[in-house]
Each structure stands twice: as structure tokens, then as C-alpha cells.
Design a binder for this molecule. Sequence first.
Ligand code: AMP
Ligand code: ZN
Ligand code: ZN
Length: 335
Amino acid sequence: MRDLSSPIERGVKCSKCERGAVARVKYAKLNLCEDHFKEYVEKRFVEFLEKRKVLEGVRKVVVAVSGGKDSLSLLHMLAKYKDKLGLEEIYGIHIDLGLGASSEEAREVVLENCEKLGVKCLVLDLRSLIGYSLAELSAISRRPPCSVCGTVKRYLANLVAVELGADAIAFGHHLDDILKYAIKDLLVEGRADMIKLSPVSEGIRGLLASKIKPLYEIYESDLELYARHAGIRTVKSSCPFKYEDFITRSIREMLDKIELEAPGFKLGLIRRLTTSWREGPPAGVASCKYCGMPSSGEVCSFCKITARAVGKPLGPEARAKVRELVGAFAARGSA
Ligand code: AMP
Ligand code: ZN
Ligand code: ZN
């Protein structure tokens, strides 16, 4: 990562002005000062959204904000270019998974950023919604925390977007994330999951919100420097369950190594792999017999996990509480 857009030694001038450069953007053969670097990242962001029509039909967007550099940079850029991008309303949603100090810090950082940007933010606290933290739910259901976490976050973010009547949920996945997981799919499953390789995945009105990935062509290293130079406060602590398996780490290291020798390689690769910029709604989506939310079978993953953990599906309860919170949030402006 360090090798891509990297901080630069003192004394090197910006390629666009007389000021000192703070970043070397190798894939574009540019050395940039703080202002020109931020401008460069923002320009790439806006141009991508416009060129690929990622925000077509999107007026009201919910941004899933974790407190990390990616989703916070995303929120800042969407808020900054709201009018230019044709957005009418932007909401933040943060899920507090109840993981002690790291969750407390994340919640505080997200709320501080949203307040600064004038973005209304809804925090959902897993423990108050269903009575269990992520660690407890994972332990009693005997399922790995990262898989439970993914299910919980997808389920709750979708619930909020559907209840708010939003046109899309925006996630902070960036180029490096998307490429890494697509290649992992190819190596482990024997196929590249092309749905994951589209920046827009359409939804089904009233059931499944459309999902968008506006940072699809933005390098992680650019986001790291962007967040720093834009003065965005991000979380310091990381998730206690954070873990990168051997295959994922090897793929990341391999991609970084190639990028070092051939700057722009990752960007070219993701463009070559992308077969469609917009995916239709997933086929065969049913609604869960307990909570009515999207499911690939009779029962959704959230109801399955909670039923396995506590003996009854907690989707209906969570849904009723989220509906109440969203109602109050929409009326009041923050929660
Ligand atoms: P991760 O799977 O942790 O890399 O996160 C991927 C994306 O999911 C982030 O960029 C955010 O958009 C979203 N996300 C992750 N954690 C949370 C959270 N606790 N609350 C809301 N959104 C989240
Ligand atoms: Zn400059
Ligand atoms: Zn359900």
C-alpha cells in the first residue's frame, strides 16, 4: 500500500503548482500538494460516478458509516458534491455492534463527522435491538464473528434504507477491497462473482435497497492520504475480531507487488474484469416467513442466526424497533 500514492520526501514540488508535494501518485505520474491531491481524488470520484451513472435515479441515499477512513471519506465527498451529483438527501447509518471500547470510539467518531457535515445520522445499537452484542450472538450461535457481523450489518442497513424509502445504500468498499475479494472468489470458489464486481446492484422496491459502491475505482492508499489531508477524524482502534486469512493476505501482497512495478495495474484490472456497471436485482429473492425481509430461501440469514442462538427468530422484533426508530428519526432529525 505504501508504495502506491505515498507521502513524499521534503523538497519535491507539486506537478500543478509551486507548493511542496505531499503525495506521489505513481499511477498518474503526479506529485501533488495537499490541495491538488484532494482535488485530484475528488475529481476521480465525481467523474467515476458520472461516467458510470452510479447515482442514476438516486435522490435519497443512506451511507453506511463504520468510522474508518473509507466510509468517512465517502461521506465527506458525497456531502461536498451533493448538489453536483443531484442528491437531495444524505443520511448516515452506523451500527454499534457492542464490542466495547472500539465500538464506543466508532460511534463517537461517526457522530462527530456527521454533525460537522450537517448529515443526519441514525445509530442502531445491536444490544438494544435484540439484547445481544455481536460477540455474544457469535458465541451462542457458534458462528464465526465476521460472518455474523456481515449478516447483521447487511440486514440492518437494508432495513433502515427500506424504512426510510431511500433509493440506495452506499458502502465504502474501495478498489483494493473489491479486487481482492473477486480474486479470492476465483481462486477459492473457481469463479469470479460478477455481482460483486459491479458498482451498482439494483434492489426491489420496498424489500431490498439498491446497493452502490462509489469508491469502486479509488485506491485504498489514496483514501488513507485523502482522509489525513482533508482533516477527517477516523477511528484509531480496530475491530477486536479483525483477521486476514492467509489466502486474502497473499492476494493483497501479490497485487501490491505488481502495482509497485506497474503503477495503474489494479485500476486496469478491475476495469477489464467488470462485465457490467449495473446489475439487476438478484434472482430468486423471496421474503422471509418470519420478518418479511429479503431471503434466498424461506428464512432470512438474520432470523436463522438468531433462531439458532436464542431459540426464536429475532427479525420481527428488530424490524419493529427499527421502524419505530426510523419514524422518530425522520420526524426529529437525529437519533
Ligand atoms: P468492512 O466489511 O468492515 O470492510 O466494511 C465495508 C463497508 O461496510 C464499510 O465501508 C461501511 O460502508 C460499511 N460498514 C462497516 N461497518 C459498519 C458499521 N458498524 N456501521 C455501518 N456501516 C458499516
Ligand atoms: Zn499544487
Ligand atoms: Zn427474517
